[in-house]
Design a protein. Structure first.
Length: 159
């Protein structure tokens, strides 16, 4: 299956619970593959030609439009789902895989995230190509450019 695909599966009893517990007999499931967060995007090696680029070198591409026009500020708290890869396609972190969205202050993360989050609106999903100087600056792993898919779930402005 690929993300977005739907299938109906008929599972015979011999491949299900084998009659040892309920439900007995054949099982039927309607399944939709929503996402595969550990699979790197096809453009993980470098930003595509249609990606926008900021003066700092951050490249980004909106994957799904958000709602409204309110952007987070440096002091805002945000709740996001994200997955991060190195340019060789290795996933190194994901709130989706861990099963829990992340909440943090916009100015409490790497510079590439602080800049990129302020470009987003609630409900938006964006892919960021963050150069090393806006990530961990070569001081800790992962090294080099990092690629993140970030979905901005909620903005909570500081008091």
């Amino acid at each position: 299956m690929v993300p977005g695909e739907k299938r109906r599966l008929w599972i015979p009893e011999s491949l299900a619970y084998k009659g040892a517990r309920e439900p007995k007999g054949m099982l039927v499931f309607d399944v939709e593959l929503v996402d595969m967060p550990n699979r790197p995007p096809p453009d993980v090696k470098a930003p595509p030609s249609d990606a926008k680029k900021t003066a700092s070198g951050l490249a980004y591409k909106i994957l799904a439009q958000g709602v409204g026009g309110r952007h987070p500020k440096p002091g805002s708290q945000v709740t996001v789902n994200y997955t991060g890869w190195t340019t060789d396609g290795k996933m190194f972190d994901s709130s989706i895989v861990s099963g829990q969205p992340a909440t943090f202050p916009v100015n409490g993360v790497i510079p590439g995230w602080t800049e990129g989050l302020q470009l987003m609106v609630e409900g938006e999903k964006t892919r960021f190509w963050i150069p090393q100087n806006l990530a961990y600056k070569g001081q800790s792993a992962p090294y080099g450019m990092l690629v993140f898919d970030v979905a901005l779930i909620k903005i909570a402005d500081s008091k």
